[in-house]
Ligand binder design. Structure first.
Ligand SMILES: [Zn+2]
Length: 504
């Protein structure tokens, strides 16, 4: 069994995972601000956190994962200027802020489900923790904060080594900051924002510093500390949080832990900080200005199964940029089809051998139950090298790109009982989360929304074409093919995957 090594952004080193609480892993992930649909680049962060959580389970740890939902306090600028994203969306759409938050939270959850991201132990909604935020702010205020007309500000000079996380990655070491009159240090930030006199916000609460709303950074510190306890094991988020949001969270955690005499792990509240890199789209064809907002539903509308996007994420290391292109997504879908076909062939072979088809629900349950310990307790014979490779690469800072090839190695292995192979693929998929034991070829063939022809019509035309070809009537066969092509259906003679057609 390989030791689990994870890259800690704070120390810029691979570190062996050592839990704060024996046998447990407590993970906090910065969640979405629910004022718009999630971009698929945002969803990469949750696929990454999901693989991390599944790996911790695989290694035998009891996982407690928290993802927050930010429904208040996140300004259009990460620093202290701009408007509240939710208030702005509500004003633009003339809807209540609560309706906006609910709508986009549900849209986010739909994407989570479609990408087979496991539900965390807790979705923490920021507005459910206002009392705790006020309490936290009251405790740190005397030693670490000062009040201005616009709100309560955190004085970053009151904690050791402010900005260490950002400095580990950038030359200047400080993220973008905004001038607010009266700030003691340029990097000081608001932990409570007062509602300006004469204005009324939809979301505001009373506080010792006047009516207003909490700062976004405060929310994550409070929910992480409250639900997981300081210090906890791992804090994750997108690389865009490394400059401002996470350094500010760390400063607050330090202040809170010092005030309360708690140990401050790694001087930050969490032992390991992990960040996934961006999804990039270099062609520029899919920018928002072209009218196509790159969200998961757009991929589905174009006929791509959402798990093809998950596979695309897994093909890159989480710390590398991932380049998005439709060709790349198409290639990921083809790869997923091959794996699913490999699994279907194993199911059929098993059915031949035992003269009974496989109990699908029992198979799925077995997949859910695999941990490394159980895998190790089994005799895998010729499959052992594939397991060892899989565990070694996933333990090496979640190298999913190579882990995928271990699945393909297992599927290609010769002279092995099909049920054993299915078990092994299921065990590996308990981390990869591609739903390999349940997906069928039919599931993967999604009709693009723009397609003008039904599947029945396609199948009928193809049957006629088959008859014509059998009768060597190639003129008719070609005519049917052209007719289908005109309706956007590409006929695929001799396709190695056995796909008879696809919608172009
Ligand atoms: Zn956060």
């Amino acid at each position: 069994m390989s030791e689990l090594k994870l890259f800690n952004s704070l120390t810029r080193k691979l570190e062996t995972f050592q839990p704060v609480h024996s046998g447990e892993a407590r993970v906090y992930t910065c969640g979405p601000t629910v004022y718009n649909y999630p971009h698929i680049g945002n969803m990469r962060a949750y696929v990454f956190a999901d693989v991390l959580g599944r790996t911790l389970n695989w290694k035998g740890y009891k996982l407690t994962h928290v993802i927050n939902i930010t429904d208040v306090g996140h300004l259009t600028d990460d620093a202290d200027s701009g408007e509240d994203k939710l208030e702005k969306a509500a004003a633009e759409k003339a809807q209540s802020i609560w309706d906006i938050a609910r709508h986009y939270t549900e849209a986010y959850w739909a994407d989570v489900k479609a990408l087979n991201i496991r539900e965390p132990a807790k979705w923490s909604v920021a507005t459910d923790y206002i009392d705790e935020m006020l309490e936290f702010a009251k405790q740190i205020a005397p030693k670490h904060c000062y009040e201005l007309d616009s709100g309560l500000y955190f004085d970053v000079s009151t904690v050791d080594d402010y900005g260490r996380l950002a400095r580990a990655h950038t030359e200047e070491g400080e993220g973008r900051i905004d001038a607010v009159e009266g700030k003691r240090n340029a990097a000081d930030f608001a932990i409570w924002r007062k509602t300006p006199p004469g204005e009324k916000r939809q979301m505001e609460w009373d506080s010792p510093w006047g009516r207003g709303a909490p700062g976004w950074h405060l929310e994550c510190s409070v929910m992480g500390g409250k639900l997981l306890g300081f210090p906890f094991d791992i804090h994750t988020g997108g690389i865009d949080h490394r400059e401002i949001h996470h350094p500010n969270e760390i400063a607050q955690n330090q202040a809170f832990c010092c005030t309360n005499g708690l140990e401050v792990a790694e001087n930050s509240g969490a032992r390991i900080w992990m960040h996934n890199n961006f999804l990039v789209e270099r062609s520029g064809k899919m920018s928002k200005s072209s009218g196509e907002f790159l969200r998961l539903q757009l991929l589905i509308d174009k006929g791509y199964h959402p798990l093809a996007y998950r596979l695309m994420c897994l093909q890159a290391h989480y710390r590398s940029e991932l380049e998005f292109s439709w060709e790349g997504l198409g290639a990921a879908l083809t790869r997923l089809k091959r794996m699913v076909m490999g699994v279907e062939a194993l199911k059929n072979r098993h059915a031949e051998l035992v003269s009974a088809s496989i109990d699908q629900s029992a198979l799925s349950e077995r997949e859910a139950a695999w941990t490394l310990k159980q895998v190790q307790g089994d005799d895998w014979g010729k499959l052992q090298p594939a397991i060892d490779k899989f565990d070694a690469v996933i333990s090496d800072d979640l190298n999913t790109a190579v882990a995928l090839t271990a699945v393909e190695d297992a599927l290609a292995a010769k002279k092995i009982d099909p049920m054993r192979k299915l078990d092994l693929v299921g065990a590996m998929d308990s981390i990869l989360g591609l739903n390999l034991l349940n997906l069928t070829r039919a599931d993967l063939r999604i009709r693009p929304k723009a397609a003008q022809i039904t599947e029945d019509e396609i199948e009928t035309a193809l049957a006629k074409r088959k008859e014509a070809r059998a009768a060597k009537d190639f003129a008719t066969s070609d005519a049917i093919r052209d007719e289908l092509a005109a309706k956007g259906v590409e006929v695929m003679d001799g396709d190695p995957l056995g796909w008879e057609w696809k919608l172009a």
